[in-house]
Design a protein around this ligand. Structure first.
Ligand code: PLP
Length: 450
């Protein structure tokens, strides 16, 4: 046995185990059985892992009412039902996400709506379905929502999305609280204060809180506290200006998501319980110093709930040794999926942990690149790792921590069909979402003359 045969428990689903015969099981279901029944590539999600992470978050932040699962990470009707059953609230960031949540019977009053360019149809649905709250991103949207609410004789709870000006230590595309990006109202320029005033004045909006989101895959826990402190400064300003009846409704400090998870063996996930205790304590302390009541802290984790719960199961196909230079040969091992089911490595250089899951690996180690099957040389899933050289055609290879931002970002590049999602629990596998078919793709086409 060697390292490649281990299954790092802080990266893989909580119920993943390598058996004595070398086969990896999740929740008691052998991955080769899943490949036989559902084919590859296939996302396999550990239901108990997902649910337990919902409960961990709820415990850390003082109850499910304070935790809004960010459905952009992974949303299917079944996932919405799990989140509901675990007592969490939910964030949606589009009309489509709202429709999926509602179709699953998720209570509208426990939904918060996000987005930097919410469509009129989305805003109308928010009002007609009585969605709990809306996080306002810009002044035009604030006016529009007020008008649409007035037309429906509706009063809508809103939060203002504040850009607190923090540089989160994460990739540029997933850092969202610094100034030069598209989300929210700037704290520094005064536009966040202006928006809060406008929301408080608006006849058909009720300002219930302030929101900020530092970024995603954040490991520097200090960022959350610093953001909270800055936004509390705005609470203070509002306490100086707003009448008592408006202030009575202003009670929420939503700190967004972003809790970092381990994608590779040498990373450690952020300790959410410790961060929660720290942030909640800091909010109470700073509010006290500012002489204002401490708002209730809410959060919106997506990745930290869905990410570690799933793996993507592939079958290995071609293996090629490429002569890189005089001293280097790199082995290219191709799997039957790639950038269509996991765009993250190509999009922002995301790193992953992949393992042979159908047997023990035995060979010497060799420098290997795991690539997909797409017509793109950037279709690389794991750029470089030391893998046993007996990894070859017909082996099953799985990449861990693919529950978040993989299925929902999947594409049909090269007319690859979106893989199924199979949930596993207590030794049983269940199809959550079936594999796409060519008929699904052709069904979208207008087959008439024009
Ligand atoms: N909330 C907001 C406003 C977001 O933009 C995001 C993701 O970008 C999240 C929550 C979820 O972040 P994560 O999945 O990193 O927890």
């Amino acid at each position: 046995m060697n390292d490649f045969n281990s299954i790092p428990s802080h990266v893989w689903p909580r119920n993943a185990v390598r058996q004595d015969d070398g086969v990896v099981t999740i929740a008691g279901v052998p991955l080769p059985e899943i490949a036989d029944t559902y084919g590859t590539p296939c996302y396999v999600i550990d239901e108990d892992d997902f649910r337990s992470r919902c409960r961990d978050m709820a415990e850390a932040f003082g109850g499910g009412e304070n935790v809004h699962y960010a459905s952009k990470a992974l949303l299917t009707a079944t996932v919405a039902r799990w989140v509901d059953e675990e007592g969490l609230c939910m964030d949606v960031a589009s009309l489509g996400e709202l429709q999926i949540a509602l179709a699953a019977g998720f209570p509208a009053e426990r939904i918060t709506a996000h987005g930097n360019n919410k469509s009129v149809a989305f805003l109308r649905a928010i009002i007609s379905e009585k969605v709990g709250s809306v996080v306002l991103d810009n002044a035009g949207e604030l006016e529009l929502l007020d008008e649409l609410s007035a037309a429906s004789e509706h009063i809508q709870d809103v939060l203002i999305r504040v850009k607190p000006g923090i540089e989160a230590h994460t990739h540029e595309f997933i850092a969202t609280a610094h100034e030069d990006q598209k989300f929210g109202f700037s704290l520094a320029s005064g536009s966040a204060m202006e928006a809060a005033r406008a929301a408080a004045r608006a006849e058909n909006l009720r300002l219930v809180g302030l929101h900020c989101h530092v970024g995603s895959q954040v490991f520097d826990a200090e960022g959350f506290s610093v953001a909270a402190e800055r936004v509390l400064g705005l609470f203070r300003q509002l306490h100086d200006e707003l009448p008592a009846d408006e202030l009575a409704q202003l009670s929420v400090l939503d700190l967004g998501g972003g809790y970092g998870i381990a994608y590779t063996e040498d990373e450690e996930p952020l300790n959410v319980r410790a961060v929660a205790a720290d942030v909640i304590g800091r909010v109470a302390e700073v509010a006290d110093q500012l002489g204002i009541p401490a708002p209730s802290v809410k959060v919106e984790p997506g990745r930290a709930i869905a990410g570690p719960a799933a793996v993507t199961l592939y079958e290995v196909g071609s293996v090629k040794d490429v002569h890189v230079d005089e001293d280097t040969t790199r082995r290219y091992v191709a799997v039957d999926g790639g950038m269509s089911d996991n765009i993250r490595p190509a999009l922002y250089g995301a790193a992953y942990d992949g393992r042979l899951v159908s047997r023990f690996a035995e060979g010497e180690y060799t420098t290997t690149r795991i690539v997909g099957a797409h017509c793109e040389s950037g279709d690389i899933l794991i750029p470089e790792a030391s893998y046993p050289n007996d990894l070859g055609r017909g082996d099953l290879f799985a990449i861990a921590a693919t529950g978040a931002y993989c299925y929902v970002m999947s594409s049909r590049y090269n007319a690859f069909l979106r893989p199924p999602i199979v949930s596993v629990r207590g030794g049983q596998a269940k199809l959550m979402v079936r594999r796409e078919t060519v008929e699904d793709i052709l069904a979208l086409e207008n087959t008439g003359e024009h």
